[in-house]
Design a protein around this ligand. Sequence first.
Ligand code: NI
Length: 227
Amino acid sequence: MMIQIPDVLTPDQVAHCRAVLDAADWIDGNATSGFQAAMAKNNQQLPQDGAAAREVGAIIVQALQANRLFVAAALPRTILTPLFNRYGAGMGFGDHIDNSIRRDPVTGQTLRTDLSITVFLSDPEAYDGGELVVEDAYGSHVVKLTAGAAILYPASSLHHVTEVTRGVRTASFFWIQSLVRDDAKRALLLDMDVSIQRLSMAVGTDDPSVLSLTGSYHNLLRMWAEV
Ligand code: NI
């Protein structure tokens, strides 16, 4: 399941984040890759435990934790301290699948990467190329979102970033271990959650059907969640 999350950051937050990031010292992106990914990767990253990454990362995580769609779709258990990448002209990242297990150098926690997220921090008009392309059973999905928006997708997906041919693409990317490991179960819970919200708007939260379906949602979550 791929979900677009619009307006994770406000335009003011994007401007602040970009000012901090643009002033930081960037390094070769291969510092954080697994062996196979390093072969395909050509970009720049920020040191994950550096001051700029930590300041902007905290803004992004706080915004996501307050975002109802993100919480309902990801059911986050552990969120990795955000990473940042930057692609200038001639840079891209060939097909790869992200590592399954990651250790967070900031918190010391180890997490299973169930979901990947990219938070776009450059306006699409500011660069050509630089599309995130994610493959799933339904084909190739080309993603290039407005600054401040995010895409959430299963970390098990094959994906690549096309070469940037003009301008600079700056983004944040990181992984989430979900309370519910299985993507199909998570998708079902999200559908149910959205339908319950819609039904409760129509008939009120104390309607017996709303109460019963809300109970079923939580009982499914109880059955499937790993905490
Ligand atoms: Ni990747």
